[in-house]
Ligand binder design. Sequence first.
Ligand code: SAH
Length: 254
Amino acid sequence: MLTGIFMLSDIVIILNEPSHPGNIGAVARAMKNMGLSRLVLVSPKDYPSVQATARASGADEILEAATVVDSLDAAIAGLRLVIGASARSRRLPWPLLDPRECAAKALEHWQQGDVPVGVVFGRESSGLSNSELERCRYLVNIPANPEYSSLNLAASVQVICYELRMAFLAAESLTDARGGSARTDSALATADAVARFYQHLEQVLTSIGFVRAQQPVSMMRRLKRLFNRCQLEKKEVQILRGILTAIEKNSKSR
Ligand code: SAH
């Protein structure tokens, strides 16, 4: 039977360019305490490091199993839902969740087989850039003291992982009461398939003159927000890519 703890193994925590190895260790510990195990590090400044291992304090296996990649795109490529943790809630006009809603979304995706789900955390110094946040379907903000709202990186991972655990424990007790439940196979497109579609779309819109060189950022942002709202399925991305290819062929043959 699939249990809540099993669900937590489908959640990936991504640290984008963390600079302090101590924080990486503290994140591993926070994750293990809450039953999560999948950690991805994007270009960590100082890693591996004895400081990370010391702060992991018994959660070393999470560090050993952690994947290190050199770009955020590589980190999120196989994910079916990407959520970005941001200390500044109004930085970008983007769908915003609190940690409880974030956990509910992750659970919803898990139940539909739309996993893995990833939560991306930013640099200690500057968080996530707008273009990094735009790669996320939702943003999650911990509604902290507005005058002092930026948590330590590992502390923010702890809060998010706690809510994930609570959501999954609640689901587990429901599942037990019902005698177990199955998931369906995912129909949703992966983040890299959606990213390739956005690139293709921008390329075609530029080539037919719909998007001009000086405005693609704002226009593309609006379009991405639109498509992000629909939770594109694999088949739908294929159809949209097919439409773009037909437009390209048609405009070349004129
Ligand atoms: N100085 C940065 C904050 C960096 S804190 C800034 O102002 O953006 C490092 C990371 O911890 C953030 O990028 C975010 O992923 C997470 N974090 C910190 N406080 C948070 C909060 N209140 N809500 C959600 N995530 C938070």
